[in-house]
Design a protein around this ligand. Structure first.
Ligand code: ZN
Length: 277
């Protein structure tokens, strides 16, 4: 008897992983999961949106195979739209891999210098940010929604890498992943007020005022912060893929509703002596 999931059987190599051009030559394993008909639940990676956990687990295995890490070693934080960034190591392997409960509490940024330890962040319109320090062999995965953005999580992540690994911001390669674009992200007064009264208002101008209301550019707000803390402009890649404009090829809360799934951006240093391909 065929299992129901057989109709969704796809080789991991055929799954549509999003990858950053600027990391093609970097010695890291990375990838961003997408939304696809080839997997159950369209490839949702999150246990928190009320979908069948066994199918989410199946998706986590499939995407891990496609990106190139072991699913049961994935480290995830329980994201709360704040600015905590924590250093993780081998002792954290698998935290968040098979349940929400095992994930690292109240954290929106993970950084590590441990090889073969995949770290990830979930999003569905918020900006996922991956960071590589090729000099100090360290990586980071950051979740920047509007609250994290106005409170400076990108800045906090770079500073955490300086403190933990001695990273020089000028050495960092930073990638802003698929996220909601400026023209899709209409926001209320509270977002604009928080940005304009916040610490980073001078580093970027992400607010458009139009006759239909305010629009906020999450990418520009994070980009401005990264430049200000010393990341080179030429070392920052900003994906122009909008989660909402992507017409269902990415999960988007604004595009598909609040119960939609989430995608994951993962980064990992390879085992010593091995180069990623
Ligand atoms: Zn858009």
């Amino acid at each position: 008897m065929q299992q129901a999931t057989d109709t969704k059987a796809t080789s991991p190599a055929d799954l549509p992983v999003y990858r950053f051009r600027s990391l093609a030559g970097a010695n890291v394993v990375h990838g961003v999961t997408t939304r696809t008909e080839s997997l159950p639940l369209h490839g949702n990676m999150s246990y928190m949106v009320g979908e069948a956990p066994d199918l989410v687990a199946q998706n986590r295995q499939a995407w891990a195979g496609a990106i190139g890490y072991e699913a049961d070693r994935l480290v995830l934080g329980r994201q709360v739209h704040e600015t905590s960034v924590v250093v993780v190591d081998e002792s954290n392997a698998g935290n968040g891999a098979d349940s929400v409960e095992s994930s690292i509490r109240r954290v929106d940024g993970l950084i590590t210098s441990t090889p073969d330890l995949p770290i990830g962040v979930m999003a569905a319109d918020c900006v996922p940010i991956l960071i590589v320090d090729p000099e100090r062999s360290a990586v980071g995965a950051i979740h920047a929604g509007w609250r994290g953005t106005v409170d400076g999580i990108a800045t906090a992540a770079v500073q955490a890498m300086q403190n933990a690994f001695g990273s020089d911001p000028a050495d960092l390669q930073v990638c802003l992943g698929p996220s909601i674009c400026r023209s899709c992200y209409q926001v209320g007064d509270e977002v604009v007020d928080r940005w304009e009264s916040g610490r980073f208002a001078r580093v970027a101008s992400p607010v458009d005022v139009t006759s239909s209301g305010y629009y906020f550019d999450l990418r520009a707000a994070n980009l401005g912060q990264l430049r200000e803390v010393g990341v080179r402009n030429s070392s920052i890649e900003v994906s122009d893929l909008c989660t909402k404009c992507a017409n269902g090829s990415m999960f988007s809360r604004r595009g598909l509703g609040p119960k939609t799934g989430l995608f994951t951006s993962v980064i990992m240093l390879p085992e010593p002596g091995l180069r990623s391909t």
